[in-house]
Design a protein around this ligand. Structure first.
Ligand code: NDP
Length: 322
């Protein structure tokens, strides 16, 4: 799927291009599943944190089998099942990706589960623990709780012993959050949502809030956290402008921290701590990637549009070999 100019998802075109050769430090993967992230959708639209190089093949999170190794790559073998992060080019039958971004895949994961795991679960871990400093027994509010990051956040928070308030746009989405163990679910357009969040968390609001929607809703988030509360700003899915008045933070001693997985991953100690925290939860079956709708490669524009239209739940997956 090639993008030659930014725009709506239909700018992606199915084209025949040569199979990439792995450069030094890269591996060639036969791509079995691609996890679509909101970041991919924003990237194609030209609205992401970094400008895309054109032309390019989207797809930053993928799972597949190692076909060939570039110069200087060790510690991985041809034929090994892996997931990969941090490159582009996933929306293709074959992709050359940085060996440094490879993630081992547990035997129990299907290719779709492997592709649904790295971005959402590592981001959720960093939001809840590394930056959010969440503790067992604490309340956390998760927005867009039935989405890819949302389901990962609910599942992980429950596994870490936290109490979850989930917000989402439909009753069906709230049911998904309840099925994953959310304690309290509230429609995000409920006129009494601020009051309901405060009451559910003991009257003053939640100590930790994961902000994924942003826009005008961010002002409400400030009212949903308790004094001394922490907001981890992960995303602005609304794509509306966000304003922040520091006086609102001062009055109730609230902190707001930004999170971008791409830059966090450049610190190997932080990545290793997340992997260490997640491994036992995967092994115990408490963390199971939530695979959402799956699409063939040619249907990638429809997959992206469905995400923009808020029709999807869990991680959207594209299967290039289908
Ligand atoms: P999701 O699968 O969660 O899809 C996005 C969800 O956002 C929708 O399902 C919808 O849920 C909600 N939403 C609210 N307003 C809008 C809107 N105007 N248009 C579209 N969706 C809207 O995607 P991801 O899990 O990939 O991402 C979720 C958020 O987390 C995004 O903001 C993304 O950028 C961010 N993110 C950031 C990362 C980082 O490193 N900082 C890493 C991963 C994700 P509902 O209908 O319930 O409101």
């Amino acid at each position: 799927m090639l993008v030659e100019r930014t725009g709506t998802p239909d700018v992606m075109q199915l084209r025949d291009v040569p199979r990439p050769a792995p450069r030094a430090g890269q591996v060639l993967l036969r791509v079995e599943a691609v996890g679509v992230n909101f970041a991919d959708v924003l990237n194609v639209a030209g609205q992401y944190l970094t400008a895309p190089k054109l032309p390019h093949i989207p797809g930053m999170e993928l799972a597949g089998t190692v076909e060939a190794l570039g110069e200087g790559v060790s510690g991985v073998q041809v034929g090994q099942r892996v997931a990969a992060l941090g490159g582009t080019g996933g929306l293709a039958e074959y992709a050359a990706v940085p060996a440094a971004g490879l993630v081992p895949v547990p035997d129990s994961f299907t290719p779709a589960q492997a592709a649904a795991f790295p971005v959402s679960y590592m981001t959720a871990y960093h939001a809840l623990k590394t930056l959010g400093r969440g503790e067992a027994g604490e309340w956390v509010l998760v927005q867009a709780a039935a989405g890819a990051l949302g389901t990962a956040s609910v599942q992980l928070a429950v596994a870490l012993g936290m109490k979850v308030i989930a917000l989402a746009s439909t009753e069906e989405k709230l049911q998904i959050a309840r099925d994953l163990g959310a304690d309290v679910t509230i429609l995000q357009d409920d006129p009494e949502r601020v009051q309901k969040v405060r009451e559910a968390a003991g009257g003053q609001g939640v100590p930790l809030l994961l902000e994924a929607v942003g826009g005008a809703r961010f002002e409400e988030s400030l009212k949903m956290v308790a004094p001394l509360g922490r907001i981890v700003f992960i995303g602005n899915a609304s794509r509306e402008e966000v304003s922040l008045n520091p006086a609102a933070l001062m009055k109730r001693n609230i902190s707001v921290t930004g999170l971008w997985l791409t830059s966090l991953m450049t610190d190997p100690r932080i990545s290793a701590a997340a992997a260490q925290g997640l491994t036992p939860l995967i092994a115990s079956g408490k963390v199971v990637p939530q695979v959402g709708p799956t699409y063939a490669l040619a249907d990638s524009p429809r997959a992206f549009q469905d995400m923009l239209d808020r029709k999807t739940t869990g991680k959207v997956i594209i299967e290039p070999q289908r």
